[in-house]
Ligand binder design. Structure first.
Ligand SMILES: [Zn+2]
Length: 510
């Protein structure tokens, strides 16, 4: 099935529109990659740790399922990664103790897959039987009683893999569907017996178990398990079944090899905006492959993102005009750029308060000034009302016109019926406004393009753009300093420090 191809093409198209023209942090150097169009496979090498799985002895040598499926898993990963836009994770890569290798618990393996955005969890096993005559391959798949769409994926992939294994000569035993004797799905139907399958259904992770053949059958062993090359052939059969289902295409030699594909926002309301912001290099992610869309961001972070969006050369800017912005902080250059561009001017007490979470009203104000810097007329000319904003009376006078301009221009939406001026903006919201600012810039004609050019060339006219209106950015200090309320999760300061801080401190990618 080729259902992912259209998405992949859409991503390519998006790039060709020039989103990548904002050079910083594009895929070549930033390594953080949007998950749009990617397929996420979690491979689960069965058993592990103290749990050996099936054991058999041939010619005086003992073979453990635990170790043979690890070899198959590594070959499978290697093969899948020769395909474009596939991200492979493994529930274990050794026999080290972990949640996934804890004997008697299966759920952590499905949780691992869920955390890695799995489109498929394939658990690799070799079978055992009291009768050494029993042989062949089974796919352990769902009874289809619940979450049918998810169940169907496991069934279809299992079918593909059984077909591929039979091409190698493994006897196709078929699908094994086993019902639980005591547990039920939320719709009251009988649940699946096998934990990988059952938890997969419950957590919407398409999953299956592949029992490639019987370790306890001498013929299966000597034909399919007795050498690394034979194990690799089993892995290639698994890969072929998966590749066919997802319609994957082989990479060519020039494609990314060490991309960090971000997986935790695929079901988020802002996913399409986040995709674009990542692809354009305005935002990055975290080394643990998360984007953290609902984490709030600081004033310094937002200005940093805006500086990237601008595409302007920041090298002429340095130092700091604020006592609380260290000239060697990761955001100092962006802040200096924004001051020079008239986008920010700080608080009446002369501070910038870089670590404070940015409110939605502050964001609107800065957005309007950003577009003004780019030469657009952002003067609000309406009558000061907007029926879409129920809490309009709570928006400070310093920001009201900017909020109304942003609403009118389609740059901002509310949260439900309200604007929530003192609400703390999230990373997802920041991505949304960045993409909308970009679209605004690229589809509207600046009222004064010349002004924008002058402002951008700060090295020529350094003083020209600096005339901050001291009163213009001033939210009431209490509200700016107040603890955020509402639904936004409040994360400890570390978490809202963006990627750059981590890049410097953690020296992540490369
Ligand atoms: Zn097993």
């Amino acid at each position: 099935m080729k259902r992912f191809l259209s998405t992949i093409l859409a991503v390519v198209f998006c790039f060709s529109l020039g989103v990548g023209a904002f050079a910083a942090g594009t895929a070549e150097d930033g390594q953080y990659v949007s998950s749009a169009g990617w397929v996420f496979i979690t491979i689960d090498p069965g058993h592990g740790g103290a749990d050996t799985g099936a054991i058999a002895t041939y010619n005086g040598r003992q073979y453990a399922e635990r170790d043979l499926v690890m070899k198959i898993a590594l070959y499978l990963k290697e093969e899948l990664e020769t395909y474009r836009n596939v991200s492979v994770a493994m529930t274990r890569t050794s026999n080290a103790a972990s949640a996934c290798t804890q004997v008697g618990t299966i759920e952590p393996r499905v949780d691992f897959a869920k955390d890695h955005g799995a489109d498929l969890l394939v658990s690799l096993h070799l079978n055992a039987h009291n009768s050494t005559a029993v042989h062949g391959a089974w796919a352990l798949t769902s009874n289809g009683n619940y979450n049918q769409g998810v169940a169907a994926v496991g069934t279809a992939v299992g079918d593909n893999i059984l077909n591929e294994l039979s091409k190698l000569g493994v006897t196709r035993q078929g699908h094994l569907i086993r019902n639980s004797s005591d547990s039920r799905y939320p719709n009251g139907t009988v649940a699946d017996y096998y934990g990988i399958v059952r938890y997969g259904i419950l957590k919407s992770v398409p999953s299956l178990i592949v029992e490639h053949c019987f370790l306890t059958n001498q013929s299966d062993f000597s034909q399919f398990l007795s050498t690394d090359e034979k194990l690799r052939q089993l892995a290639l059969a698994d890969a072929a079944g998966i590749v066919d289902y997802f319609g994957l295409e082989k990479k060519d030699g020039t494609e990314l090899s060490n991309a960090i594909v971000l997986t935790d926002y695929r079901d988020h309301w802002g996913a399409s905006y986040i995709d674009r912001a990542i692809q354009a290099g305005w935002v990055k992610g975290y080394p643990d492959r998360t984007f953290r869309p609902d984490v709030t961001l600081s004033r310094a972070d937002f200005v940093t993102l805006l500086a990237r969006l601008s595409g302007e050369d920041l090298t002429p800017f340095g130092g700091s005009s604020f006592p609380d912005v260290s000239a060697d902080s990761y955001f100092a250059q962006s802040v200096a750029w924004a001051v020079n561009a008239g986008i920010i001017s700080g608080f009446p007490d002369g501070t910038f308060r870089p670590g404070e979470a940015i409110t939605r009203a502050q964001m609107a104000h800065i957005m309007a000034l950003y577009l003004k810097h780019k030469g657009f007329d952002t003067t609000y000319t309406g009558d000061g009302t907007d029926s879409r904003i129920a809490d309009i009376g709570t928006i400070g006078a310093w920001a009201l016109d900017d909020v109304l301009f942003c609403y009118g221009a389609g740059l901002l939406n509310g949260r439900g019926a309200n604007f929530e001026p003192d609400g703390i903006a999230t990373r997802a919201e920041a991505c949304t406004v960045l993409t909308r600012l970009y679209d605004y810039e690229t589809t509207n004609v600046p009222a004064s393009p010349q002004a924008a050019e002058v402002a951008e060339d700060a090295s020529v006219e350094p003083a020209e753009a600096i005339s901050p209106e001291p009163a213009s950015e001033i939210p009431e200090p209490e509200s700016a300093a107040s603890v955020p309320d509402g639904d936004d999760p409040i994360i400890e300061p570390d978490a809202i420090i963006p990627d750059e801080a981590q890049t410097t401190a953690g020296n992540l990618v490369e």
